[in-house]
Structures are given as C-alpha cells and as structure tokens.
Ligand binder design. Sequence first.
Ligand code: NAP
Length: 328
Amino acid sequence: MEKVTNWGIMATGKIAHTFAKAVNYTDGAKLYACASRNAEKAIEFGALYGAEKCYGSYEELAADENIDVIYIATPMSCHYENVKLCFEHEKNVLCEKSATLNSAQLRELIEIAKEKKLFFMEAMWTKCLPAFRKAKEWVSDGRIGEIKAIRADFSNAVDFDENDRLFRPELGGGALLDLSVYPLNFITSFLGFEPKEIHSAVNIDKLGVDMDEAVIMQYENAYASFVSGFDIDNENRAVIVGTKGRIAFNPWFFCTDTVRLYDRNNKLAEESITPHLCNGYEFEVMEVQKCLSEGLYESFINPLSDSLAIMKMMDSLRKKWHFTYPEE
Ligand SMILES: NC(=O)c1ccc[n+]([C@@H]2O[C@H](COP(=O)([O-])OP(=O)(O)OC[C@H]3O[C@@H](n4cnc5c(N)ncnc54)[C@H](OP(=O)(O)O)[C@@H]3O)[C@@H](O)[C@H]2O)c1
C-alpha cells in the first residue's frame, strides 16, 4: 500500500487555501494538520479541509511528531524564522516563494537542511507543471535550436490596501520577491545563471516597496527580458525564441497548461495541452511526495542551488536599486 504523506500547513492566508485543495486532491497526501497564529482561524481552516489537528501556534505544528512535511505559506519576511523553526523540530519543508528575503538567509537554511538531512524546497510550482516540463523537453531535444531570446512578463494590477503584504516592506512586499521571481526562474531554467550583465529599471513607491521593474539579461549569445509590477495589467505570456523555431506559453505563463512549438516559418509544429487535475499545485505536491518516498533531500526539478542563484540575482538587483527591506 502507498505510504500516506502527512502534510502540515503553516498559515491560513490566500495561497494556503489553494494549496490545501491540492493536498486533498492528491493521491497519497493527507492534510493532517494546520496552524495559524490565531487558534480560531486554524480551526476554521482545518474544518474546511478536514485537518485532524488545528494548532493556534506555528510552534505546536512544528513539534507534531506525526507530520512528514510542512508547507509554509507566510509572507516572505517570516520564511527564514519559520523554516528554521521547522528544522529545529526535524521537519521537512516546502516553503513558498520567495524562499527568504536575501541569499544570506537562504544559504544558512540550506546548510542546516543539509546538515540535518532534511528535505527542503522552494515552492516554485511552475517548474513542476507539465507545460513547463514539455518546453524543457523540446529545448533539450534541439527542437528550437540555440536560444536567442526569452521574454516572460508577470504583472498583476492590485488595488492598494495598506494591510496587504504586497504593499508592506516589513513583510517583504513588492514586485521582486512576489512576481519577478517567476520570470527569473523561467529564464534561468533555459539560459542558466550566469548572464554577462543584468540591466534594470525600478519604480520604488513612497511606501518603500518596488511597485514595478523592467529587467534585461544579457547572455553570451542571447537576451532575456521581463517587466513585472503591481500597477500594470499585462497578458503575462512567455516566449522562447531559438534559431530553428520558438516556444510560446499561453498567458499567465507560469501556470498555463498550454504550450506551443512553432517552426522558423511561424507554422505550428506541436501543441501540448495538459489540463490541471485540480488547481495546478497538485504537481508540486506530487513532486515533494516523490522526493520524500525516494529519500531525497531536494528536488531535481527545483534544486536548492537554483533557488540560491536566483536569490543572489535578486540581491544584486536590489543592490543596484539601493533597496533593502527593514529587517536587513
Ligand atoms: N505559489 C503561488 O502561486 C503563490 C501565490 C500567492 C502567494 N504565494 C506566496 O505565499 C506566501 C503567502 O502569500 P499569500 O498571498 O497567501 O499571503 P496572505 O494571504 O497575506 O497570507 C499570509 C498568511 O501568513 C500568516 N502570517 C504570519 N505572519 C504574518 C504577518 N506578520 N503578517 C501577515 N500574515 C502573517 C497569516 O496566517 P495566520 O494568521 O493564519 O497565521 C496570513 O494569513 C508568500 O510567500 C507568497 O509569495 C505563492
């Protein structure tokens, strides 16, 4: 019989609800426990998704001996402490993006995970999606030749709300850690982590968060670019252009189920549509469970070295922007 993975969910915000549905959908996954800083919220959340244990503190969740892996869904500025707490209690962790505020924090967490032999992964769910895996396959099979350019935008106009974490620098708000982390993951998955230059422009608003930014990455033989922001509505397409053809992702590229391959004459060569089974996050749940069942401490699909390299890129962008978070 397949082993059941007991999941614990830390926090009860927006994405925690989405993820809970994916856990409940996935074979071999059980939403065993949840936790909120507020016991009533935990009970309410637990009742919605059938959690056996509902804790009024993150400490109690981390200490529960029956949990196999904890999914952390708190704001960015909390991740470092939350992950450390889980590691102190010998728990495996899937932590929401961006994994930490900066690379120094992430490096420390990776060292602890390796020392304690615990599974650790940043929840970059895009990399687990079939559309993304298909594009990787087409590129490695040489279907588009040598990559010359990548464009991948992610913007989402959000009404201002002073309580929303997105507009609060002390919670790691702003476009970089919330949105740009997706195009950065996308681009580096195909072109690698060593662009010759990264050019950028940013708009830091009066609250002290980066509302939007534009980035051009110059590689030896290719360019990549993206725009992201909370004050821009965009189609959020992605395209990878090669010498023999191109790969086009449908809008909202980071979560789409549809990707198309075109030849040099703009003729559709292949189309791949793999509908989500639940809400798309089930592929990430499956990946974590696969790693745990194989005794792996990190995912080949989204290794910790990728998360760290991207965090370093985000550090260097912020350095150019003279932009720090209040905790730093
Ligand atoms: N993978 C994706 O598609 C995706 C999408 C959206 C967000 N995310 C990531 O998921 C994380 C959470 O995002 P979200 O949109 O779910 O945020 P959210 O709705 O604001 O929820 C965050 C939750 O964190 C907990 N929390 C702990 N300390 C907090 C503090 N000091 N201030 C506010 N909340 C605190 C709260 O839960 P309790 O009150 O229950 O403790 C809160 O409900 C972020 O890292 C974000 O980047 C990922």
